[in-house]
Design a protein around this ligand. Structure first.
Ligand code: GLN
Length: 242
């Protein structure tokens, strides 16, 4: 029976070097919710030097130390054009913190060293001496209140081609100036929110799955999922001290 299920291939970018503060939880949530929606999830881990798979339905990447970002930079530029093509054809993607920054134009580290990004998101990031750390809540038009955890030195500013994911209610978000958090273009979402993000915000997980399923199979019919614990988890996370 399960062999007849429709496959959704989730590409996990750089799990070895870019995967901190619970980001792996995003993969687990997508895998489980894809199953609950009636699909057969296939997770492919991609690390530097690997062959880029032919069929990819969702791309997910996490955060990392500056050193991790340095390590993957050359490989990211190698697969950048392929990722850009996927983004142009509306493949859903979720990239957190370190990879969010590198999906942008560049990240200038504290010692003024530039790590070039692949420019899928029209954003620029410059590290400041103060790290931005703590629990965050943002308000997003598309997803309602989104809850997560941030820990970054980079401050990100959006250029014209990118729209913020939401407005900060608590915490800092992209930078200490404009109250924005995250950036979106086509079906690509970049965000500073670790935590992990998707267990507390399953609407975003379902949106990613819906985009992928609709693109691949022409339609999406949500499964009947018991989400009764989600409000409790969200409430608890929202009340935690900054
Ligand atoms: N190294 C980057 C910064 O400090 C990203 C950090 C992260 O992914 N949490 O801004």
């Amino acid at each position: 029976m399960s062999d007849t299920k429709k496959t959704l291939t989730i590409l996990h970018l750089y799990p070895r070097d870019m995967n901190i503060y619970g980001d792996y939880g995003n993969i687990l949530v997508l895998k489980q919710r894809a199953k609950w929606h009636g699909y057969k999830p296939e997770i492919i881990e991609y690390n530097p030097g690997d062959n880029f798979p032919k069929n990819v339905d969702i791309v997910v990447g996490g955060g990392g130390q500056d050193s991790g970002q340095d390590k993957i930079q050359a490989d990211l530029h190698k697969i950048g054009p392929t990722l850009q093509k996927l983004a142009n054809s509306d493949t859903p993607m979720l990239v957190i913190c370190g990879l969010y920054q590198l999906f942008g134009q560049f990240f200038q580290t504290q010692d003024k060293h530039i790590i070039k990004g692949i420019g899928i998101l029209d954003i620029e990031t410059i590290a400041k001496s103060e790290r931005l750390i703590g629990n965050v809540t943002i308000r997003s038009k598309q997803f309602g209140d989104v809850i997560g955890y941030e820990n970054h030195s980079g401050q990100t500013f959006l250029n014209e081609g990118a729209k913020p994911l939401g407005t900060v209610i608590r915490g800092t978000g992209n930078n200490s100036k404009d109250m924005t958090e995250g950036a979106c273009t086509n079906n690509v979402i970049g965000s500073y929110l670790h935590g992990s993000l998707l267990p507390k915000n399953p609407k975003i997980a379902d949106w990613l799955i819906e985009q992928a399923a609709t693109k691949k199979y022409g339609s999406f019919k949500p499964g009947n999922i018991d989400d009764s614990l989600v409000p409790l988890a969200r409430e608890h996370a929202m009340k935690r001290p900054r």
